[in-house]
Design a protein around this ligand. Structure first.
Ligand SMILES: [Zn+2]
Length: 312
């Protein structure tokens, strides 16, 4: 897919001229507060971002979803929101409630359920066409606030700690390679994680499908196995970080005050930036809270290892 960078830069410029809400929300990112919390070998950033309450506290049960107009369908989008086509099936929109300085939502033209099966190659095309962005996918039970409408998001590169951490040999290492692609496993990163990398999109898709099928067998009651994914492309190679999940929201999300932490982890959090829409949570969250949230919602290193045995 050809490079869409110029088209997307133009989209941001014109939307900032024409859509005050978006311009203001991106402007407010300049004053967003961030704390860095150290862990052995890496850091987690905590971002206080009140605009994200809509997403973090979204009701995503089937009844609530059915009762609301879908905000990703063209008919219901804000009149100021314009999009540019990506291929024949997707529209690139700017996300009006940003976490990143450049934050996109890439929506399917059709109101069709959020699912990665059959759409993994689309994500790779997006990563190739938007080399300045990380493309990410939140499963329907892993942070997608529109589980009924297929979409990806994208944020500017250089923001998520996982990009830098991926270069740290103390955190991940290649455990198998075959047909020009490789499998990397992470350890001691607080969240069980695997990474596929390589230049052959078909081989990556095949490896992902094998992983998906094996993982799906362990969660037969789910619409799809629970996961978040982050993908980017540079120097002809894709890197895809896959974070399998066991739980949508951690117990602290449902706890009574004052113990409650309103944090609904998704790809950005898995990439190392925890989003707290409430100031009290931003102030009080500790390293121990972060560790226990990740432990609750993610798989262990050992579980990921056994799911990937014989993958390549
Ligand atoms: Zn829709």
């Amino acid at each position: 897919m050809y490079d869409h960078s110029d088209i997307v830069n133009d989209l941001f410029e014109s939307q900032f001229r024409e859509w005050p809400l978006a311009r203001d929300n991106y402007g407010q990112l300049d004053s967003v507060r961030v704390r860095k919390i150290p862990f052995p070998g890496y850091e987690i950033a905590v971002q206080f971002n009140p605009g994200r309450i809509v997403s973090s506290a979204a009701m995503v049960d089937a009844g609530s979803i059915k009762a609301r107009p879908c905000f990703l369908c063209e008919d219901n989008r804000p009149p100021e929101q314009r999009g540019v086509p990506f291929g024949s099936d997707y529209i690139i929109l700017i996300n009006p409630f940003p976490i990143f300085r450049r934050h996109l939502t890439i929506v399917n033209r059709a109101h069709t359920p959020q699912q990665i099966e059959g759409n993994f190659l689309s994500m790779l095309s997006m990563a190739e066409a938007l080399p300045d962005f990380v493309i990410f996918y939140n499963g329907p039970q892993c942070g997608a606030s529109a589980p009924d409408h297929l979409h990806f998001q994208a944020g500017n590169r250089g923001f998520l700690p996982v990009e830098m951490d991926a270069g740290n040999p103390g955190l991940s290492s290649t455990v198998a390679s075959s047909g020009g692609i490789e499998l990397r496993l992470w350890s001691g990163y607080g969240r069980g994680m695997l990474t596929l990398a390589g230049s052959d999109s078909r081989a990556l898709d095949n490896a992902f499908t094998r992983f998906y099928n094996k993982f799906a067998a362990t969660q037969p009651e789910r619409p799809e196995p629970m996961l978040n994914m982050l993908a980017y492309h540079s120097a002809g190679r894709w890197t895809i970080h896959i974070i399998p999940r066991r739980l949508h929201r951690p117990s602290c999300y449902f706890a009574a005050e004052p113990g409650r932490i309103l944090l609904s982890p998704a790809s950005v959090d898995m990439g190392g930036v925890f989003i707290t829409p409430r100031e009290e949570d931003y102030i009080k969250i500790t390293a121990a809270d972060i560790s226990s949230i990740l432990e609750e919602v993610c798989l262990s290193d050992g579980e990921v290892k056994s799911l990937t045995e014989g993958l390549l």
